[in-house]
Design a protein around this ligand. Structure first.
Ligand code: GLC
Length: 433
């Protein structure tokens, strides 16, 4: 049989068309649309942001995502993840994990390296990838956003009563006391922070202690350093705030409790994370345009320095997930450059990709201009040194601090007992679970 040239060309065109239509169809409707289950945000606003970003991926791929909503108590979310993972459950495909968790969870998380293009990891801030790297070299999470503890203050009230933003804790106390004495609003509070015994209190107390030159609980070798005169002085100072510039309810408060009170206009100063910035700038916000941000104060003297606890969240894939490829695809979408730019604009959440910090549009963004100097003061909690024991270390620390704040024990006695307990935890044989 002789096949003329025209027929060959026609046949090629026809096949090309068939393939193009098939590929187009396959891209719009995946051959096997899967449903992923993801832990998304920690309630309220963080969850809204997460849901919106995930929806874009669902529309692009045809896959669906079911969301598991966490709580504001990061420690409770951790407990739930530990139980699920220890049982090798497949219930969750993607986990949003705190910056302090990789050392505790890495045994159960997928090594992402085989799933990523070779240059992908190099695009993130190296310290964050190092944080998400397990001792065997596997990279178990992609950084989604960075957090740092900072001071929010009411510019309008400070101006009205003739005060500059405070650089030291003593100044903050003086300014808060003066404004509280002179301002007519009986609901106004001086300084709000997170005093409930949980991970947030560890961040706050670490900041008080480190800003006084008292170290970060453990040193870089993992030795316990927390029982020292600066740390004692820092806890004594914070205890003096309660009932004077800080209301008693702060001893039960997490981030959102303090944010809501500050947002309603009932506080002069507040320690919190960057997410608050976006919420207080909305048109409905009673404090819109009235708030400034700055590094947290330091203690007087040569040993004092400005510090803010380093926080932030990454996305990891459950090692036992039935859909590792699709899960990695979704976390790549949620940590992509465009997602990060979108997230800082929509939610004042700080990027984790190097490119964002070099991008002209981003660097000139007013919120970034204010937050950049604060980021330079970020200090890590001792999660790398304590590995999978971190939560036990942190729990002992926040309980010891809480006893002092509640007036049940002196700072000196509490830190001495803490030192003994931490040494016992760290010296005990290492059994990961
Ligand atoms: C924020 C931080 C996180 C920290 C938590 C404490 O979510 O990003 O790192 O552990 O607050 O409440």
């Amino acid at each position: 049989m002789v096949i003329c040239k025209r027929e060959v060309v026609f046949s090629r065109v026809r096949w090309a068309l068939i393939i193009a239509v098939a590929v187009g169809w396959a891209m719009a409707t995946p051959a096997m649309a899967v449903k992923l289950v993801m832990s998304c945000g920690t309630g309220d606003f963080a969850t809204e942001v997460c849901l919106e970003a995930t929806q874009q991926w669902e529309e692009q791929t045809g896959h669906t995502v079911e969301h598991h909503i966490g709580t504001y108590l990061t420690s409770l979310n951790l407990g739930m993840f530990q139980q699920l993972l220890a049982a090798q459950s497949t219930d969750l495909d993607i986990l949003q994990i705190d910056v302090i968790w990789p050392g505790m969870l890495h045994h159960h998380l997928l090594d992402l390296r085989p799933y990523l293009p070779p240059d992908e990891l190099g695009a993130f801030l190296p310290a964050l990838i190092a944080n998400n790297t397990a001792p065997d070299g596997s990279v178990v999470a992609l950084p989604q956003f960075t957090d740092v503890g900072m001071l929010y203050y009411r510019k309008d009230l400070l101006e009205q009563y003739g005060h500059a933003p405070p650089s030291t804790w003593d100044e903050l106390e003086r300014v808060a006391t003066d404004i509280l004495n002179r301002h007519p609003d009986p609901l106004l509070e001086g300084f709000l922070w997170q005093g409930k015994p949980y991970e947030g209190l560890t961040c706050n107390a670490l900041e008080w202690i480190a800003s006084q030159g008292g170290g970060s609980i453990l040193d870089s070798q993992g030795r316990v350093t927390v029982n020292n005169p600066q740390a004692i002085a820092a806890l004594e100072r914070a205890t003096r705030w309660i009932g004077t510039i800080t209301p008693y309810w702060v001893l039960h408060a997490v981030e959102e409790d303090t944010r809501r009170a500050f947002h309603r206009g009932h506080a002069i100063f507040m320690r919190n994370w960057p997410y608050v910035w976006h919420l207080i700038q909305t048109d409905e916000s009673p404090v819109q345009g009235k708030v400034g941000i700055m590094p947290l104060p330091k203690a007087e003297g040569v040993r004092g320095s400005h510090v803010g606890a380093l926080g932030g969240w990454s996305l990891a894939v459950n090692r036992y997930s039935k859909h590792p490829q699709e899960s990695v695809d979704l976390i790549r979408h949620l940590t992509s450059y465009s997602s990060q730019v979108w997230r800082i604009q929509e939610a004042s959440l700080l990027p984790t990709r190097i490119q964002a910090y070099q991008d002209e549009a981003f660097v000139s963004y007013p919120f970034y201009q204010q937050v950049a100097p604060i980021l330079h003061h970020a200090i890590a909690r001792p999660s790398l040194q304590s590995g999978f024991k971190y939560n036990r270390v942190s729990k002992k620390f926040w309980n010891a601090v809480s006893l002092v704040l509640q007036g049940q024990q002196s700072a000196a006695a509490s830190l001495q007992a803490l030192e003994t307990e931490l040494n016992q935890i760290l010296e005990a044989p290492s059994i990961a679970h």
